[in-house]
Design a protein around this ligand. Structure first.
Ligand code: AMP
Length: 113
């Protein structure tokens, strides 16, 4: 499957659609989920054009992979969930119920997950 440049997260990355930004660096953008399932529900996405974890693991550079996971840790610290614990999740493909075809890590916290 080819990457779809018209997916909603691609539009957010291009600044065509606003987001409630939590964190940004050279590798990632993190923003609050529009429909939060927990008090803290942040989506951390790579800036590169990657569909899902499979695509990212196969094709991203070491720096991009490190950048994504360092950012997840930074967002956990910034949102205050590190002390109590939190959960990360990435849905992949149809059976994984992935709705947006741009890799995203859900970070849930602030309540039992
Ligand atoms: P997934 O099922 O893993 O693909 O999850 C997609 C997530 O993106 C859902 O939790 C949605 O609530 C969230 N979402 C969709 N559109 C937006 C948006 N414009 N801004 C923030 N979050 C969004």
């Amino acid at each position: 499957m080819a990457y779809d440049d018209e997916n909603i997260f691609a539009k957010i990355l291009r600044g065509e659609i606003p987001c409630d930004k939590v964190f940004e660096d050279d590798y990632v953008l993190a923003f609050n989920d529009i429909s939060p399932q927990r008090p803290v529900h942040v989506l951390v996405i790579p800036k590169g054009r990657y569909i899902d974890v499979d695509d990212f693991a196969a094709n991203a550079s070491d720096a991009e992979i490190a950048g994504l996971f360092r950012a997840v840790g930074q967002v956990a610290q910034m949102t205050g969930v590190s002390d109590d614990g939190y959960r990360i999740l990435s849905n992949i493909g149809a059976r994984g119920h992935q709705e947006v075809p741009h890799l995203h890590i859900h970070l849930f916290g602030g309540a039992d997950t």
